[in-house]
Design a protein around this ligand. Structure first.
Ligand code: GLY
Length: 401
């Protein structure tokens, strides 16, 4: 039997107990995932509100914006790969639609990616990854060290080879968030600029949320899209809290002065001493250098050790980075899930849906998440391609220890 959360909006009343008209949909969290959910829901005719004190902030303000379905592929994550590729394929039309509607650019840059090896072990690992790509029919091309440097002349002389992946691009998450925010406003989404104090319930049914400013917001469906915060939101029974945890990422921003341009023409990345390091060159001269991956709870401190390790590893890759002005240091929290894949759609709790747990792929998965959530909210149906990612696949008890 379908839960209330799965019931099409138009078939349901939208009047809270106090008689005031509520929203069809309340989205908790105004990051990329919350914004795209709200925008797409509003486009389907649903009266939608977003609760967030600073919409467009959060992880979107920190992330580098790599669209790296192929170069970030992990063994055993082929199901997630399909969703990642589906979202990457949507990007050109998605950003064109946003720009046409809002007049705002998103920094989408179809520049490709080069993943390089710095020693013999890295080279063997990248060769294995290349074979894995080939077995899945993914486009990636093996290059020797000299050809890597021909493509990116500032690479270290010691680079031993690499994988050229012309389909892994980038977008600027800050600009994307600004465009999504504007598009959502234009589509009629209401923005409630306050934190959520707690989710509201009437018995077993979620009915909206109480905001920190004291406002009670009534909604037929409440979508929890608060990134890692989704896992500790107040007002839900323990077993209904999604199994998402914070995974800290520290990231740096540098500037490429005109005298040093062009510095890199595409995203360059490597695994150095077991850690991912990447350099993402924006068209506007910004160079984003990321990122640590730390399981350290809710801490968002930028540490000397984090900055040191990023600069040390990136310097091994591209020695010239030490010449560039360092303009910004940031730390943010990825919403990690037990299988590194997002949780999308209805939950066992009537009226509560999830759009969280995107871990390393939040920016990449933004377009497809909007489509999935809009379909679930408007029709009650999860599209076939999103069935492996239903929110109901975990219970709190099933989390690994
Ligand atoms: N996808 C890049 C990161 O999470 O660091």
């Amino acid at each position: 039997m379908p839960t209330h959360a799965n019931t099409p909006a138009k078939a349901r009343a939208n009047t809270p107990a106090n008689g005031a008209r509520g929203h069809d949909v309340l989205v908790v969290g105004g990051g990329l995932i919350g914004l795209v959910t709200a925008w797409r829901a509003a486009q389907r005719g649903l009266a939608t509100a977003v609760a967030d004190p600073r919409p467009g902030g959060g992880a979107a303000h920190v992330a580098a914006g790599m669209l790296a379905a192929v170069t970030e592929l992990q063994y055993g994550e082929q199901t997630l790969l399909d969703l990642n590729l589906a979202s990457a394929a949507r990007y050109p039309d998605f950003v064109a639609e946003l720009t046409e509607l809002t007049g705002l650019g998103t920094g989408y840059r179809p520049c490709g990616t080069l993943a390089v090896a710095l020693d013999a072990d890295d080279r063997a690992d990248l060769r294995d990854l290349h074979a894995f790509h080939a077995s899945l029919g993914l486009e990636s091309q093996w290059l020797n060290g000299r050809d890597c440097r021909r493509l990116e002349p500032l690479l270290a002389p010691g680079v031993r080879g690499g994988l050229r992946v012309d389909g892994d691009h980038q977008v600027d998450p800050r600009r994307l968030a600004a465009a999504l925010l504007r598009a959502a406003e234009l589509a009629g989404v209401s923005f409630l600029r306050s934190a959520v104090a707690r989710i509201s319930r009437a018995g077993d049914r979620v009915t909206g949320a109480l905001l920190a400013d004291g406002t009670e917001v009534a909604a037929d469906r409440t979508v929890l899209a608060a990134g890692s915060e989704s896992g500790r939101i107040a007002g839900l029974p323990e077993e209904a809290l999604p199994p998402v945890r914070p995974v800290k990422g520290q990231i740096l921003r540098l500037r490429v002065p005109a005298a040093h341009a062009p510095f890199l023409s595409r995203t360059v990345r490597a695994v150095v001493r077991g850690s991912h390091v990447y350099l993402v060159p924006r068209e506007n001269g910004e160079l984003v250098l990321g990122a640590t991956s730390e399981e350290s709870g809710w801490d968002t401190t930028v540490t000397a050790g984090g900055v040191y390790e990023l600069l040390r590893d990136a310097h091994e890759l591209v020695p010239g980075i030490t010449e560039l002005p360092l303009t910004e240091t940031q730390a943010g929290l990825r919403p990690g899930s037990p299988d590194n894949a997002p949780l999308l759609g209805a939950t066992a709790l009537d009226g509560l849906l999830l759009a969280t747990g995107h871990h390393r792929n939040g920016v990449l998965l933004t377009p497809v998440t909007g489509d999935v959530m809009a379909e679930v909210l408007a029709s009650g149906e999860v599209p076939d391609y999103a069935r492996p990612f239903t929110a109901a696949r975990f219970t709190r008890q099933e989390q690994p220890a």
